[in-house]
Each structure stands twice: as structure tokens, then as C-alpha cells.
Design a protein around this ligand. Structure first.
Ligand code: GLU
Length: 596
């Protein structure tokens, strides 16, 4: 979809939203063949008058620097994204990696096109609807399922980057893996967060032998902060990827290693070489809707992120949020209520839409969202929140799955105005904890519902099936105004991502906050009970919300699993970025260079 084809001045928001949704609801995923080696550089035209330079905001300083280095060399936003992922996989392996999956939203400044790339893992052919049930038909314990071979989906992140690079790359593919290769060979210092995450995973139980050897000193003592960690196996894998592209993970020795890691005890999975060989990423139209004077674009299914963030905003569009402000009880009350309504629908209706008829247009229909907004009362929390019946919806059971904490989000803006907003994941900390080729394999399939029916016997849209993709909450987002890039944002956090991203957008667009101040706002997630980062909240605000009937879960602070990274283009053309202070990320600006 091109944002340049929109008449920003002439169209009213309602007309604009209707036109966009009609166009998008009818589109189907475009499977793109991605088996040949990566193409050489593609020359992309610059946005005329772009003088903002470039920027990278990522969850780790080494990864952000690697991306910035690519931009300095004249690389595109997608080029930088490849380098960022190559390094993140090494230095933040608890959160994402080449053994996982990703979603990428891309804006091309030259054409005005917004397109998304789907590198979500798929369930192998041998997957069954009952594979997360025990012999008695009861759901497996979550962490038993995570550590099992059954949780591992066919990885998609590298194949997706290869496809995006073929369409938007400028520098040669092989060059982009160099920062990751160099760091893996020379070693990097274990960061405080990596140490903390190793400690957490060791405390949960035994690691497979190769992961334990990598992450600990003696099988159980986490590698200390500052110790030098080398990963020659990962360097060797990246060298193969640099030459062969994603094919290096689809066949040959690394593919064989992946299969044997998945098929190892306990609870081996069914993944085969054929499953790896057949993986293809998708290029999908974005799901977009207007919010006040902005156009907000995100991922369509298999992620629920785009639809759910747009539902929250669509409900809030009936409230004057700007008049309420970031410190007001009313502002937070409406944000909470809009989330409760949006999560109820998202939990019920969104899944892989190649398997399930997902009523995207119905969920985002203006009248439907107006009817949802009408359920909110100004002074009192809704007693119960049920999913609605959006136009086109079939009866479905609500599914409570939603991911854990193994994800990373980054934003890249290049020196020509192209933008990447990418969320990338191995699902839980270090994914399934199983390693092959020096990287961790995801446990993304635990994002499926463990049971195929709810307790009333209703089928669950997000049930497991062979070849299906588990529903995600990842919400890489790009926002436009008057035909120009306005901001890009996203976060890790499982189902809470939707709340984190909606909060950040409202913070920047309605509450007039800088990107950093919006990211720093307390995280308040309202999927059922409210989980709030109370340590960042004024106690009087919490008391007032309680008095309105909002129930907070737990006494401790919550919601700190975010890693929100954002870049905004200010009215004077400068870029301003934000890195979530709850993680160890960094924003790197690359000055405008008129010679590029
Ligand atoms: N696996 C989750 C999803 O795709 C993300 C987990 C996380 O954010 O840490 O929604």
C-alpha cells in the first residue's frame, strides 16, 4: 500500500479508514519464492529533501552500533536490520536470533509504499492439535512444553531478512553479517542483563549440555558480568549464511543439526529436513487505520499485534485523550478500558488467517469500535468484559495464551528516509534452550493454544495444526502524517506488547511527550485484571483507579518486561529516538551526509 496514494487533505478520517480497510480486508498473503542466493545491491531512490540522517534504536549497544555502521557505509534500513539481527542473536540470545522468527514493517521513502514481511515460525508437518496435552488430556506444564522439542517451529527470521534484502537492500548481503562474525570470533563481554537471564534460566532447571557449556562456567554457574564470551560455532554459521543465504539453514549440516536438536529428549519434536527445506517467508499488506490525523500501520495475522493496537486506538478515538494527559486518572482509565475490550476480541478472533477466517475488517470497523467504545463509562470500570461480535465473526472460544519474554524490537531509519520497524523473537528466554550451530532454537509453538477447544466446547482459533503459524502479539508499527513518516515503535513482552505499544503511541501523539518520556511512562496492561508497573506510578493515581473498580493483580510492580524502542521525526525534520530504560539498549544517530 502506498501512503502517497492517500489524499491527506481531502479525505476525512472515516472515509480514509473505510477505504484502507476495504482494500486490505480483501488481500491475501503473497507467498514469495525465496530459495535462490541473495541478490546483489539494489539502488533505491532517496526521499527528496530528506536531511534527517539516520538512526538505530535497539536493545543492545553492540547491535545498535552494528546497524549504525552499516548506515554510515551507505546501507539501507533493511541492510542495517540484517546486521542488527546478526549481532542481537549473539549478544542478546535470550531474546531473539537466527533460530527464531520475526515481523518487519517497511516504509520506502521513494515510493511511499508500506509493506510487511512475515518470518513467523510454522508448525512442522508432524504437529498435532493435542501435542501440548499429556496422556490424560491435560495441558502440559508450560515450561515442560517450552523445553520440549515439540515447541520448536521452523525458524523464519533469516529467510525473512533475505526476502526484505532482496527488495530493499543496497549493500551486498555477505557484508552485513560481518559485525556478527567478528564479535562471535573475538568475543564480547557478558552484559548485566544477559547474566541475569542466564541466572533465571539456570534456576528453572537443567539446560541441554551444549547450552549449559555455552552459558555457564561449570554447567550451573552463570557466566559472570564482564566475562568474555566467544561463539566460534555461531561465527561459522554466519559465514555460511553470508555466502548461501537462508538456504544454509534449510539444508546441509546446520539443518541436520537443527533436526537432531529438536529430536533429542525430553519430549522430542517431529521437525524434519523437509519442514526446514519448505519454509518460505511472506510479504503481506500491512493492516492500517487512522488515528486522529495519523495513519497507523502494523502487522496483520498471524500477529494479533496490528489489529489489537488499532482496536485500542480505534476505541480511544472516541475520547479526547489530549485533554486528559499523562498524569490524569481519566487518561489511564480510558487506556485501561480500551485495552480490556481490544484484548477480549484479540484473544477470541485472531489467529493464522490462512487457517481461520479472521474478521479483520469487522474488528476494525468504525461503527463496531464505536459500539465497543460506548461500553466504557467515564467514572466506573466495566464489571465484565466479553468479546464482541464484530461483523463477519464466527463463534470462537477465548484463548489465554500470549507468549513470555524472549523478544527484541528495533527501529532503523536510513539516510534516505526508509524505515524498518522489526520485532524478532525466540519466544521464551533462550527459546527452547536447545542449541544448534551456535544459536538457540525457538519455542514459538507454545504460542498456540495448548487445547483445541475451550471449556464450553467452542473451537479455539489459535489451536495447533501442521503448517500453521502460532498467533503472535508482536506489534512493529509505523505511523504517518500528511504523507510523511512520523514515528516507528514496537516492543517485546508477549501479549503485553499490545499494551506497551498503545501506551507509547498515545504518550507521543496525544499526551505530547518526547519518545523517551512516552517509553518511560508506567506500563499498564489490562488483558483481564490490570498489571501495572506500580513503582513508576503515583500511589494516588493507583488509589483513584482502584476506587473506580479497576482491580490490580499482585502487590509488586509489574509490566517491566518491555523493551520499547522508538524513533520519531520531529516537525523540524530531526529524528529523536528512545531506548527503554528497563533494558540496556541504545539509540545511535547517524548524521546526514549529503554525498550519499
Ligand atoms: N512469542 C511472543 C509473540 O510472538 C513474543 C514473546 C515476547 O514478546 O517476549 O507474541
Amino acid at each position: 500500500m502506498s501512503i502517497k496514494s492517500i489524499n491527506w487533505r481531502g479525505a476525512t478520517c472515516a472515509v480514509l479508514a473505510a477505504a484502507l480497510l476495504t482494500g486490505i480486508a480483501g488481500c491475501t498473503p503473497v507467498a514469495v519464492q525465496g530459495s535462490s542466493p541473495p541478490a546483489g545491491p539494489i539502488e533505491a531512490a532517496a526521499e527528496p529533501n530528506w536531511t534527517s540522517g539516520g538512526m538505530v534504536a535497539a536493545a543492545n549497544p553492540l547491535a545498535a552500533e552494528a546497524g549504525a555502521e552499516v548506515l554510515r557505509a551507505g546501507g539501507s534500513a533493511v541492510d542495517a536490520a540484517v546486521a542488527v539481527q546478526g549481532v542481537l542473536s549473539l549478544v542478546e540470545p535470550q531474546s531473539s536470533g537466527i533460530g527464531g522468527g520475526a515481523f518487519l514493517v517497511h516504509y520506502s521513502a521513494a515510493t511511499g509504499d508500506v509493506i510487511t514481511y512475515d518470518g513467523r515460525e510454522v508448525a512442522p508437518r508432524g504437529a498435532t492439535a493435542d501435542m501440548f496435552l499429556d496422556a490424560g488430556g491435560k495441558p502440559l506444564r508450560f515450561f515442560d512444553a517450552v523445553r520440549s522439542g515439540r515447541s520448536v517451529g521452523v525458524p523464519g527470521a533469516v529467510a525473512m531478512l533475505e526476502l526484505a534484502h532482496r527488495e530493499h537492500g543496497r549493500l551486498p548481503w555477505r557484508q552485513l553479517w560481518r559485525p556478527g562474525i567478528t564479535l562471535a570470533e573475538t568475543g564480547f563481554a557478558v552484559s548485566p542483563r544477559l547474566h541475569e537471564m542466564i541466572t533465571a534460566v539456570v534456576a528453572r532447571g537443567s539446560l541441554p549440555a551444549n547450552s549449559a557449556a555455552y552459558l555457564t562456567l561449570d554447567g550451573k554457574t552463570p557466566r559472570p558480568v564482564g566475562s568474555l564470551l566467544r561463539n566460534p560455532d555461531y561465527a561459522a554459521t554466519l559465514r555460511r549464511i553470508a555466502v548461501q543465504g537462508a538456504k544454509a539453514l534449510r539444508e546441509g549440516p546446520i539443518a541436520e543439526e537443527i533436526v537432531s536438536a529438536v529430536r533429542a529428549d525430553p519430549m522430542p519434536g517431529t521437525l524434519t529436513l523437509e519442514d526446514l527445506r519448505d519454509y518460505r517467508p511472506n510479504r503481506l499488506e500491512p493492516v492500517c487505520s487512522t488515528y486522529r490525523v495519523y495513519l497507523v500501520c502494523g502487522m496483520r495475522p498471524p500477529s494479533s499485534g496490528g489489529v489489537a493496537v488499532l482496536s485500542v486506538l480505534g476505541i480511544l478515538s472516541h475520547v479526547d485523550m489530549a485533554a486528559r494527559g499523562a498524569t490524569t486518572v481519566a487518561g489511564w482509565h480510558y487506556l485501561i478500558e480500551a485495552q480490556r475490550l481490544a484484548y477480549a476480541d484479540r484473544d477470541t478472533y485472531v489467529a493464522d488467517d490462512r487457517y481461520e477466517a479472521v474478521p479483520i475488517a469487522g474488528l476494525l470497523d468504525r461503527d463496531y469500535l464505536a459500539s465497543r467504545a460506548a461500553l466504557v463509562s467515564p467514572g466506573r470500570a466495566m464489571q465484565r468484559v466479553e468479546p464482541g461480535r464484530p461483523p463477519g465473526a464466527q463463534l470462537r472460544g477465548r484463548d489465554a495464551t500470549g507468549g513470555t519474554t524472549g523478544t527484541s524490537h528495533f527501529v532503523v531509519v536510513d539516510g534516505r528516509g526508509n524505515v524498518v520497524s522489526m520485532t524478532t523473537t525466540v519466544e521464551s528466554l533462550f527459546g527452547s534452550q536447545r542449541m544448534a550451530g551456535g544459536f538457540f532454537l525457538n519455542n514459538q509453538l507454545t504460542d498456540f493454544s495448548f487445547t483445541p477447544f475451550d471449556d464450553k466446547g467452542q473451537p479455539i482459533a489459535n489451536a495447533v495444526a501442521p503448517g500453521k503459524k502460532p498467533r503472535s502479539s508482536m506489534s512493529p508499527t509505523i505511523v504517518f502524517r500528511d504523507g510523511r513518516f512520523e514515528l516507528a515503535v514496537g516492543s517485546p513482552g508477549g501479549h503485553a506488547i499490545i499494551g506497551y505499544v498503545a501506551k507509547s503511541i498515545v504518550g507521543m501523539l496525544d499526551w505530547g511527550l518526547t519518545p523517551q518520556a512516552a517509553v518511560d511512562l508506567p506500563n499498564v496492561i489490562a488483558r483481564g485484571l490490570v498489571v501495572a508497573e506500580t513503582a513508576r506510578m503515583d500511589p494516588a493515581l493507583i488509589e483513584s483507579l482502584r476506587a473506580m473498580g479497576h482491580e490490580f493483580r499482585g502487590g509488586r510492580s509489574g509490566g517491566e518486561a518491555s523493551g520499547i524502542h522508538a524513533v520519531r521525526r520531529l516537525s523540524d525534520g530531526r529524528l529523536e529516538g528512545a531506548a527503554d530504560s528497563r533494558r540496556e539498549g541504545k539509540v545511535v544517530a547517524v548524521p546526514y551526509d549529503s554525498t550519499r
